[in-house]
Write a protein that binds this ligand. Structure first.
Ligand SMILES: [Zn+2]
Length: 418
């Protein structure tokens, strides 16, 4: 009999870790990390690496890959991912160790060993691990990302992982329709809300940038280094602004990987153009001039927890001509959330006189999207993960009422028997 164990992301956002087990083998999908308010890592439930037939990393976000080196300290279970996911995961894990290495039970050596022993696979390529088979499907979330279809003991399980069903500059919509499965495990990050139409948000974002720059201000756009930052660059490149645009931090390094894996980028030409035409900050000299003239600065990190975006914030926050435009999810207790909620920046509590706005450029499926996705496939049961309980309850209610499906909301440590 097959079963699914939720080792992480049960009734919480992040820390993804889903184990599918059967008599034919076991497959761990993701092994991510969350951080508490003091930046201590929170790992998923323990699993014995030697018991695993294989490990799949669905995409290169820390909440999906950040704990994976724990599995590679002694034994080395087989690891699978797309080539782009592996490349960006290496950058992310090295950066995580650089920032918080003292709190982590592994080092760069473990990461490099793990990644160099991995097998790269493409979408729809079937992998047979003996009695268990799986393949990656296009999930539309970020470049290189995948959903996973697993078959073991005559049961089929789809794990969407983070998924998106709308078109963005970097990605096309997920390709999961027509599937027939016993269980679909779907993310519910935005289970209780719907995003405004993307074109509307992009237009409003661009107009707001224009207002700031043309009145002589600097617009700081703090971005996640993986995907959101490159999406913002493409939105700009498509409209060809006549302003100075600076790009700073890991967002630049990841963009260079994206350019090497062109097949994963929907509007590759836009990203190539942005990287060709915009000013890439190469050091302190550039950084000191970037904020002195009107223009746009696209900089990591997205929640202003560190990186160059924090450096610029301190220098532009007090001038009302300037702006801070947030485009990513702002976690509880982060400086970004604090600015939105209180108008104050950082522990020193600098009053932010710059214009502050948040734009919904999410790469996660919303409530209407989940309903549409589930209608497009045949699934006997649904399990919601990667969401807050409030969002999950709202989504579960709608799925039950509109689709008549059995919906579960497993907690971390729960098992679903199939
Ligand atoms: Zn993600």
């Amino acid at each position: 009999m097959a079963r699914v164990r939720v080792l992480g992301s049960g009734r919480e956002v992040g820390r993804a870790a889903i184990l599918v087990e059967g008599s034919g083998g076991s497959l761990l999908m993701d092994y991510g990390v969350n951080f508490d308010e003091r930046d201590n890592p929170i790992f998923p439930e323990y699993v014995r690496p030697r018991d695993l037939s294989g490990v799949v990393l669905t995409h290169s976000h820390l909440d999906h890959v950040g704990a994976s080196p724990l599995l590679y300290i002694s034994v080395k279970p087989r690891l699978y991912a797309t080539p782009l996911t592996l490349d960006v995961t290496r950058v992310l894990l090295h950066d995580m160790i650089k920032i918080g290495g003292a709190n982590l039970p592994f080092d760069e050596g473990v990461v490099d060993d793990m990644l160099s022993s991995a097998t790269t696979i493409g979408y729809n390529e079937e992998v047979d691990l003996g009695g268990l088979r799986f393949k990656l499907l296009y999930s539309g979330h970020i470049p290189g990302s995948a959903s996973v279809l697993v078959e073991v003991d005559g049961r089929a399980v789809l794990y969407t992982s983070d998924v998106n069903v709308i078109e963005t500059k970097l990605m096309g919509p997920a390709m999961l329709d027509g599937l027939s499965v016993d269980l679909v495990i779907v993310e519910s990050t935005y289970g209780s809300t719907n995003h405004p139409p993307r074109q509307f948000v992009e237009d409003r974002f661009y107009e707001s940038l224009r207002e700031v720059v043309e009145s002589g201000g600097v617009a700081l756009v703090p971005v996640f280094s993986v995907s959101r930052g490159q999406e913002v660059l493409c939105i700009l490149a498509e409209r060809d602004p006549p302003w100075q645009v600076w790009v700073d931090g890991m967002v630049r390094d990841v963009a260079e990987f994206y350019l090497k894996h062109s097949g994963y980028i929907r509007l590759y030409g836009l990203l190539a153009k942005a990287m060709r035409e915009y000013n890439l900050v190469r050091g302190w000299q550039d950084r000191r001039i970037a904020y002195r003239e009107p223009g746009v600065i696209v900089a990591s990190s997205g929640m202003l927890k560190g990186g160059p975006s924090l450096y610029y914030l301190k220098r532009i926050a007090e001038n009302p001509k300037n702006a801070v435009f947030l485009v990513s999810f702002q976690g509880r207790g982060t400086p970004g959330r604090q600015i939105l909620e209180t108008g104050l920046a950082l522990a020193e509590e600098i009053p932010v006189r710059a214009r502050v706005e948040w734009f919904d450029l999410s790469s996660h499926i919303d409530q209407n999207g989940v309903i549409r996705l589930l209608k497009s496939m045949k699934a006997d049961r649904v399990a919601l993960v990667h969401g807050t309980p409030r969002a999950q309850e709202a989504l579960a209610k709608r799925i039950r009422e509109e689709l008549g499906l059995q919906v579960e909301i497993p907690a971390v440590g729960d098992t679903i028997e199939l």
